[in-house]
Design a protein around this ligand. Structure first.
Ligand SMILES: O=C1O[C@H](COP(=O)(O)O)[C@@H](O)[C@H](O)[C@H]1O
Length: 229
């Protein structure tokens, strides 16, 4: 069962989440000399990343990577890398080391081996994996009814190339194995539609139906959820 942080306002939830992320990263730097965080894309993380960018951290010791990426150029409007660069990696936080998922391969499937090699060089377990969730219950780019979902839930690889059943762009995604190879999972749930999917996921059922269950219904990694109305 996740520890829930409940807010009436998304902005308050975002600043509280940013504050908590900074504490965990600061503790990791103090304990191990390095801190690692994997970030989701989409719309939800933007205010968190903008707030986190202002945190007083030894940013040179922070490694930032992605939970998933759309297979588009890094300057494309849908690029998660672009989102991270425009929001988090600004000012002092620009000193963080960024490890992206997109490479020069023609498609995500051709690029997966290179991405896997880059991920295998990260210091595991990651300190934080920040997950989002779609209204269909997908997390990272592990989509219900996706052709690659079963593989993403069972493989021992860290990364997976996938084609969403409905959403645009081929994806690169962290697998369930990678997501659960973390010290903390932080989850953002904004608005009543996502809250109702979250409640349904928590109540139990197949991971294949609502892939967010891979994080919610396990005991190996602590999960905190920031929930706003
Ligand atoms: O496609 C994606 O969707 C989810 C949710 O995005 P949001 O815009 O509803 O916040 C996101 O977590 C994932 O990283 C992204 O690639």
């Amino acid at each position: 069962m996740p520890t829930e942080h409940l807010f009436i306002d998304a902005a308050l939830a975002a600043s509280d989440m940013a504050r908590r992320i900074a504490v965990v990263l600061g503790d990791a730097i103090e304990t191990r000399g390095v801190a690692t965080i994997a970030l989701s894309g989409g719309r939800s993380p933007r205010p968190v990343l903008e707030a986190l960018s202002q945190a007083e951290l030894d940013w040179e010791k922070v490694i930032v990577t992605l939970v998933d990426e759309r297979w588009v150029a890094p300057d494309h409007a849908d690029s998660n890398e672009r989102l991270i660069r425009e929001t988090l990696l600004q000012g002092k936080a620009a000193k963080a080391r960024f490890v992206g998922m997109k490479n020069d391969a023609a498609d995500a499937y051709a690029g997966q081996a290179e991405c896997e090699a880059a991920f295998s060089r990260l210091p595991w377990p990651l300190d934080i994996v920040l997950l989002g969730m779609g209204e269909d219950g997908h997390t990272a780019s592990l989509f219900p009814q996706g052709d690659e979902l079963a593989d993403g839930l069972s493989t021992s690889a860290l990364t997976l190339a996938a084609t969403p059943p409905a959403a645009p762009h081929q994806r690169m995604s962290m697998t369930a194995k990678a997501i659960l190879s973390s010290r903390h999972i932080f989850l953002q749930i904004g608005g009543p539609a996502k809250k109702s999917v979250y409640d349904r996921a928590l109540a139990g059922g197949p991971v294949e139906e609502l892939p967010i269950r891979l994080a919610l219904n396990q005991n190996a990694v602590s999960v905190e959820a920031w929930i706003s109305e």
